[in-house]
Design a protein around this ligand. Structure first.
Ligand code: TYD
Length: 199
């Protein structure tokens, strides 16, 4: 696989600010670590299908089909974007990764073991952060968006699954219920701490 760089993923509820934070982090670490921002669903064929036809479309697919599509998109994302950048020694910052499938499709009722199984060939992230924001706050922020994943009960369930992985030590929790600059500083500190231990 010849991976030289580090692979970091940023997770959280819709509307938690993770896209803003992940992009800001990539910007801050661009010079020193040649960081690059990427996201799931990816901009590949399967990711584009997921966004256009399903996330903002009218008809929902079954949770199992959703999970398989996200897992397929993930393999394409890793092969086409993540691994090439890692091989160049870059720091890859992914806005969502496997934990999104565990949290969202897990919250929809699928077994976490099965979700892990269908994602077993996805490159493991080196470091994963959960930006934790109160589901009621994200619902206020999301009033204008239309993703099929968004309602309070779903967001609460999704958060519960994320927190399980925080408890296991797989995800590092960053408190997102603060001003944007404070969240950015906490996220940067967590990532720099991880990178310091590696070097
Ligand atoms: P999101 O990060 O909100 O994308 P954007 O803001 O650019 O539209 O992600 C889109 C949605 O996809 C979000 O509601 C979570 C969902 N999702 C899953 O359910 N499972 C997954 O594996 C991934 C990657 C995303």
């Amino acid at each position: 696989m010849n991976k030289k760089g580090y692979f970091i993923c940023i997770e959280g509820l819709d509307g938690c600010g993770k896209t803003t934070q992940a992009k800001l982090l990539a910007l801050k670490l661009r010079k020193r670590y040649n960081a690059v921002y990427t996201a799931e669903p990816s901009c590949g064929k399967i990711g584009t299908f997921i966004r256009k036809r399903y996330l903002y479309g009218e008809k929902r697919l079954s949770s199992m089909i959703e999970a398989l599509l996200f897992a397929a998109d993930r393999l394409e994302h890793v092969e086409n974007e993540v691994l090439p950048a890692l091989r160049q020694g870059r720091l890859v910052i992914s806005d969502r990764y496997v934990y999104s499938s565990l949290a969202y499709q897990g919250a929809a009722g699928l077994s976490l073991d099965w979700i892990e199984k269908i994602n077993e060939h996805a490159l493991p992230a080196d470091f994963a952060v959960f930006i934790d924001v109160d589901p009621r706050l994200v619902m206020q922020r999301l009033k204008r968006t239309r993703s099929v994943m968004e309602n309070l009960e779903t967001q609460q369930k999704v958060r519960e699954v994320y927190l399980r992985f925080v408890e296991k030590g797989a995800l590092v929790r960053v408190d997102g219920n603060r001003p944007k600059t404070e969240v950015a500083a906490a996220l940067l500190a967590a990532v720099l701490n991880f990178l310091k231990v590696q070097c």
